[in-house]
Design a protein around this ligand. Structure first.
Ligand code: IPM
Ligand code: MN
Length: 345
């Protein structure tokens, strides 16, 4: 019989609350014969305060044995900025070679967005996940003095760019509109920018059915707001992708709906699924967090593990739930319950 051996990292703040709802919906949607096993990993701010550890080797090793990882949110104002981001979240993305950071954007019905009533918006950002300015390749001289010098070098390899660009072409080729946009800033970042563009053009010759386009990142932000329907698949650098996907979330229904998948397409390590939003310590523990982004991340998890029909059911349930949403606010738990009922029915 089939089984899913899932690692769960609830993390900090609202992470615990939204992950509980994600698991609720996951259990409800899986067929009877699929055995779901979960193991909780106590990682995040509380662990760091207690032991000073972010991600010990033993746990990194143990995580490798799972089929996938579901992560809530990492970060707390009581921990110095960067400690958990680098020591836990980015460490996982790098160690498990999550080079495809997939972030879909759909304009769901009845959502409170500046773009409500616009033609259908349905695009996906393929954000590079293991390189760019995220590698920690930099340094500071004369730190804290008026003569301080800081560098933060963006690392781009032909190998790393080609593999993510190829993945994006595959995705574009399998979608009805077959359109791929490269977003970079090659008028200023001439070394990395030209390498991205050359590889993008070269790989594109293998995908004659895919229409291609190039935009500088600043221009892309304008089109995200004024003409989002022009996008189908977007491929971009790690940092540009980080910024663009927050903007995409904001214009298509809010960060409460934005899902993401950190994918290792070669399946050499488990992929990791997490909402785009953070730990929101200001509303933690109050049942106010919207678990929808996590539940949509569970849909991406299901699809990655080959449960396509179940993934579709989760997405349809979310669309139906949003369409029926009234102005009365529901708790985190109530939204999870409603979606669990929908996917089971
Ligand atoms: C995200 C987050 C992370 C990122 C931070 C927390 C390191 O903003 O997942 O988008 O920049 O990738
Ligand atoms: Mn981000």
């Amino acid at each position: 019989s089939r089984s899913i051996n899932l690692a769960v990292i609830p993390g900090d703040g609202i992470g615990k609350e939204v992950v509980a709802q994600g698991l609720k919906v996951l259990s409800a949607v899986l067929p009877q014969d699929v055995k779901l096993e979960t193991k909780n990993y106590d990682l995040g701010a509380a662990r760091w305060h207690r032991t000073g550890e972010t991600l010990p080797d033993a746990e990194l090793e143990a995580l490798k044995g799972h089929d996938a990882i579901l992560l809530g949110a990492i970060g707390d104002p009581s921990v110095p900025s960067g400690v958990l981001e680098r020591g836990l979240l980015l460490k996982l993305r790098f160690a498990f070679d999550h080079y495809v950071n997939l972030r879909p954007s759909k304009l769901f019905p009845n959502t409170d967005t500046p773009l409500a009533g616009r033609p259908d918006i349905d695009f996906v950002v393929v954000r590079e996940g293991t390189e760019g300015p995220y590698t920690g390749n930099g340094g500071s001289l004369r730190t804290g003095t008026p003569a301080e010098v800081a560098t933060e070098v963006s690392l781009n390899t032909a190998y790393g760019v080609e593999r993510v660009v190829r993945d994006a072409y595959e995705r574009a080729d399998s979608r009805p509109r077959k359109k791929l946009t490269l977003v970079h800033k090659n008028n200023v970042l001439v070394y990395a920018g030209h390498m991205w563009k050359n590889i993008f053009d070269r790989v594109g010759r293998e995908y004659p059915e895919v229409t291609t386009d190039y935009l500088h990142v600043d221009a892309a932000t304008i089109f995200f707001v004024t003409q989002p329907e022009r996008f189908d698949v977007i491929v971009t650098d790690n940092l540009f992708g980080d910024i663009l996907t927050d903007l995409a979330a904001a214009v298509t229904g809010g960060i409460g709906l934005a899902a993401s998948a950190n994918i290792n397409p070669d399946r050499t390590f488990p992929s990791m699924f997490e909402p785009v939003h953070g730990s929101a310590p200001d509303i933690a523990g109050q049942g106010k967090a919207d678990p929808t982004a996590t539940i949509l991340s569970v849909a991406l998890l299901l699809r990655h593990l080959g449960f396509d029909a179940e993934a579709g059911r989760v997405e349809e349930a979310v669309a139906a739930d949003l369409a029926g949403r009234s102005t009365t606010t529901r708790t985190t738990d109530e939204i999870g319950d409603a979606l669990a009922v929908r996917v089971a029915g």
